[in-house]
Design a protein around this ligand. Structure first.
Ligand SMILES: NC(=O)c1ccc[n+]([C@@H]2O[C@H](COP(=O)([O-])OP(=O)(O)OC[C@H]3O[C@@H](n4cnc5c(N)ncnc54)[C@H](O)[C@@H]3O)[C@@H](O)[C@H]2O)c1
Length: 331
């Protein structure tokens, strides 16, 4: 980025901080909010606008716009999103859960911009309506439902009016990094219900149609917590290890029928997910490990990995747990 390129919401935090105009503006705002600049270090490669979702409302779109105006003599300069290079989902219908926010929303958008149709499931009706409004009529079929309920699964089936070619099980929740001895039955039950029961039931509902069609592609969202014990609390870690078992078992069982089943294991991603510590015990034990991991990435980066696995580009790939984590898994 040279000195004449305008700073926008798509410019990275690093570019903002390095700019002689943007740097003082952003630092001034952080000072006002009592935020230490070093706390942004893990997110330095992210576009500034990603802080809106990642900060869960503490850093608003208005603040981003105010900074962009400040850096561009009062003009709200907007940068176009890069156009998709491929149309890998033309003529295909994909069910995407968690499509109201974060990785699920960007995965849905990626499939839509590459010509596909998306049955979008989330508990957040407003977010699904926004997704549908941003895309041509009929390409998003919003299903406002809870993936943990039988009604939710039925609602997805009712929304399918033809073959379903793909399923991305993205919806998931965290556990406040609680250690085993501080995990009550409610937290355990809810985390297992959303992260394991939901994907299992949706796969069970959609696999028969894929068997009839002679193929399909399923991508489950696992986690770095699928690969190690030092990334999250007990319930989340167990649930994401279970996602690995679900993926590998189904990949083996249905390979002869052309159904590919894979998972991505994301490292840290700036989304709306709850990432705070509900436990001092865990903060003390996990905190030092989490200081050493690769920088936070954006949801679009994860959508690339998921879309690849869903597409025919990955036609020879099944049963893989693909770390998409900036290299955390080799640490
Ligand atoms: N963000 C990260 O750092 C990270 C890292 C590793 C794995 N993951 C995984 O990625 C997936 C997506 O997370 P995200 O970071 O995009 O989070 P997010 O909170 O931004 O999005 C999750 C979406 O799932 C929806 N959802 C939650 N419970 C649901 C339910 N019962 N039924 C239907 N929808 C429900 C939420 O409304 C939300 O729209 C999750 O499975 C998460 O475990 C995230």
């Amino acid at each position: 980025m040279d000195a004449t390129t305008p700073l926008t919401g798509r410019s990275t935090i690093e570019q903002w901080l390095a700019s002689p105009v943007g740097g003082p503006l952003l630092r001034g705002l952080l000072e006002q909010g009592g935020i230490d600049e070093s706390s942004l270090a893990p997110a330095r490669q992210l576009p500034l606008a990603n802080l809106v979702e990642a900060s869960r409302g503490r850093f608003t779109q208005e603040v981003v716009d105010q900074l962009v105006r400040g850096a561009n003599g009062g003009e709200l300069v907007e940068e176009e999103a890069p156009a998709p290079t491929a149309q890998r989902f033309t003529g295909r219908t994909t069910v995407v859960t968690g499509a109201g926010s974060g990785i699920g929303r960007v995965t849905a958008r990626r499939i839509l911009t590459e010509g596909g149709r998306v049955i979008a499931l989330d508990i957040n009706a407003g977010a699904l309506a926004e997704l549908a409004a941003a895309h041509p009529e009929g390409t998003v079929v919003p299903v406002t439902a809870d993936v943990t309920t039988a009604e939710g699964i039925d609602a997805v089936l009712a929304a399918t009016d033809g073959p379903v070619h793909g399923l991305a099980n993205v919806a998931g929740i965290t556990d406040g990094h609680r250690p085993l001895h501080e995990t009550d039955d409610d937290v355990w039950g809810r985390v297992m219900a959303v992260n394991v029961d939901g994907p299992f039931r949706l796969m069970r509902a959609l696999v028969p149609g894929m068997l009839e069609e002679g193929g399909g592609a399923i991508v489950n969202v696992a986690s770095e917590a699928s690969l190690r014990g030092s990334a999250a609390g007990t319930a989340y870690t167990v649930s994401k290890h279970a996602v690995v078992g679900l993926t590998r078992s189904a990949a083996f069982l249905y390979a002869p029928q052309g159904i590919r089943v894979n998972a991505v294991a994301p490292g840290p991603v700036a989304t709306g997910i709850e990432g705070t510590f509900a436990s001092e015990f865990s903060r003390a034990r996990l905190g030092p490990f989490l200081q050493m991991i690769p920088p936070v990435t954006d949801a679009d980066t994860l959508a690339s990995s998921i879309a690849w696995l869903l597409s025919d580009d990955a036609r020879n790939v099944s049963g893989v747990i693909l770390p998409s984590d900036g290299g955390w898994s080799v640490q």
